[in-house]
Write a protein that binds this ligand. Sequence first.
Ligand SMILES: Nc1ncnc2c1ncn2[C@@H]1O[C@H](COP(=O)(O)OP(=O)(O)OP(=O)(O)O)[C@@H](O)[C@H]1O
Length: 266
Amino acid sequence: MVSIDVWNASVDFPIFDAKSRSLKKLALGKVGGKIESEGRVPIIEALHDITLSLKDGDRVGLVGHNGAGKSTLLRLLAGIYEPTRGHSRIIGKVAPVFDLGVGMDPEISGYENIMIRGLFLGMSRKQMESRVDDIAQFTELGDYLQMPLRTYSTGMRVRLALGVVTSINPEILLLDEGIGAVDAAFMAKARDRLKDLVARSGLLVFANHSDEFLAEFCDKAIWMDEGHVKMFGGLREVLTAYKGFDPFERTHQHDETPVLSGNGGE
Ligand SMILES: Nc1ncnc2c1ncn2[C@@H]1O[C@H](COP(=O)(O)OP(=O)(O)OP(=O)(O)O)[C@@H](O)[C@H]1O
């Protein structure tokens, strides 16, 4: 059984090359973590005193303003960052999908990149060999798959990356935004694969600014604010508190299917 537990965890980033004058300006800003500048080296407190318990079957959306700590929290949950203070325990194999381009080599072909990216996400060579035709077909990239990745457009790269990501069998799936940049028809196709991917994942944490995406994949949510967990609960309850209105309200009485009234909280 997979699980992630975090106890009173904080993540600090000391900034050795910051200028004190620009720091004063930053202190007036609304976004970002808390900046402590009393010592000689300013420290950004990206996460502060986080306690969380996630278990098998959890489908958790992650919301919050820019710089609230969502990406840093995902990296803590992935075991990429160790807590500066506090503890974390991750049971299960993590597939971190933070940047669709990570693990891709521009100089090798699309086919070779499918293999490399799959291995990077924890699959074996054999598993990837059995999936490569299906992935190739999904991407609709045809002969381009034999060309080096550097010849691809942004949308073509995303197609390739989405093909690989949606083919894996993750125990713990951590998704950061960036699942965009493809045309609408392809996105509709990718959504079905994403749904299947989430269904076979043990545990999902998904940072996204779109209510629609969150409603499709998650039933719980964490609201991050200035490095703190401001709220952790049911998706609807958390989104309502975060946005100041209920995004599912219009359909509540007559229909269980949510019709959403807007995107993002920013
Ligand atoms: N590598 C780093 N070095 C220094 N500070 C960092 C680093 N990564 C994040 N931070 C700081 O930590 C805080 C949280 O950033 P994080 O990227 O986790 O926010 P986020 O909620 O994912 O934001 P966004 O929605 O804009 O992507 C911010 O104040 C940011 O400046």
